[in-house]
Design a protein around this ligand. Structure first.
Ligand code: PMP
Length: 355
């Protein structure tokens, strides 16, 4: 506590990011990064741009990147907004589109940054409980609100909504902005981007951190009708910030254009996920039906925190949340097949030794 701090700083409960350990030789299955390197075309593009043009400021409108994104998703370029990771895009969304008198709605078990943004921007919010199968209960969102944010698939459960369910929410709330956070959509869920043309209240938020293996480059974007994009641009311009540096812009363009790499890598991760789900099931774990690059699993007889600690002692890091309803669960990022195998072996040892 400090007498120099503003009241808002005193009241904040900051987000605790997934651990980025400094030790080498760890099996790191805790922050949903891609286990494979990005498209070689991304590395080539960044190398080619690493020259004396770095003395110049980047394009503040990131026009070439917005055009590549618009082409990839078959939307007009004025429907695209880019930022430094989807976290920055979401920050502008919370401040510019979700900051109303009525409460913002989101699931009670979801990406834990949402309540942090609410604290930062003074946004009133209500959490909506997941249903008994840990899915998002669409009917429960039928209540007055100042906006809705739905991650699809949800994190950390990995469970996805169908487009029909998202349409229902959009129709139930024509006067509120509905944000669909598609950080993990490329691993088997359906994108809501085709709904944007008919729904002026829909904003879809994406990231290159997961399926494009570019968490280190920090690129995210939003797709919505120009009215919503204009609000985000106003916020961005009020910071006089650049959306992305020169290397991130060219790297992101190469990633977006290499659709074959994306399709192959996502397919590889999906088949590893299916194998891991089977193996965990055979060991007695309950595993939720994931459409993401992670699984959410619990053992009926074992405490999640203890399992996570026992794995850590074997140099395997997974994510455990202290939230009471999910304290028994582990969120495990899909690694390479060798990493998944090591995880299974580690868990088998821990269960056999009753650690
Ligand atoms: N949304 C969800 C649901 C996430 O899990 C994450 C990653 N932690 C993000 C957004 C942010 O991703 P990034 O800032 O790397 O684009």
């Amino acid at each position: 506590m400090s007498r120099f701090w503003s009241p808002i700083v005193h009241s904040l409960t900051p987000y605790v990011p997934g651990e980025q350990p400094r030790m080498a030789n760890l099996i790191k299955l805790n922050t949903n990064e891609c286990p494979y390197g990005p498209s070689p075309k991304v590395i080539e593009a960044i190398r080619a741009a690493t020259n004396d043009t770095l003395r110049l400021y980047p394009d503040p409108t990131a026009h070439a990147l917005c055009t590549a994104i618009a082409t990839a998703h078959d939307v007009p370029v004025d429907h695209v907004f880019v930022g430094n990771g989807s976290d920055e895009v979401l920050a502008h969304v919370f401040q510019g589109l979700l900051n109303h008198d009525a409460p913002l709605l989101f699931p009670d078990i979801t990406y834990s940054f949402y309540p942090v943004y609410c604290g930062l921007y003074g946004i009133r919010h209500e959490t909506v409980p997941l249903d008994s199968a840990m899915g998002i209960d669409i009917a429960a969102y039928r209540r007055p609100c100042g906006g809705i944010i739905l991650p699809n698939p949800n994190a950390p459960t990995g469970i996805a909504l169908g487009l029909d369910e998202i349409c229902t929410v959009l129709r139930d709330h024509p006067e509120a902005v509905v944000v669909v956070d598609e950080a993990y959509v490329d691993f088997g869920a359906e994108t809501a981007i085709p709904l944007v043309a008919e729904h002026p209240n829909l904003l879809v938020v994406r990231t290159l951190s997961k399926s494009s293996a570019l968490a280190g480059l920090r690129v995210g974007y939003a797709i919505g009708q120009p009215d919503l994009i204009a609000a985000l641009t106003r916020i961005k311009d009020s910071f006089n910030s650049y959306p992305l540096d020169r290397l991130a812009q060219v790297g992101a363009i190469a990633a977006i254009e290499d659709r074959e790499w994306l399709a192959n890598t996502s397919a590889r991760i999906i088949s590893s996920r299916n194998r891991l789900t089977d193996s965990l099931g055979k060991m007695g774990f309950e595993v939720l039906p994931s459409r993401a690059n992670f699984v959410f699993a619990r053992h009926p007889d074992r405490d999640g925190a203890q399992l996570a600690a026992a794995l850590r002692a074997r140099a395997i890091i997974v994510r455990h949340f202290r939230t009471p309803r999910i304290a028994q669960w582990l969120r495990i990022t899909i690694g390479t097949d060798a990493e998944c195998q090591a995880l299974i072996q580690g868990l088998a040892d821990v269960l056999a030794l009753n650690e």
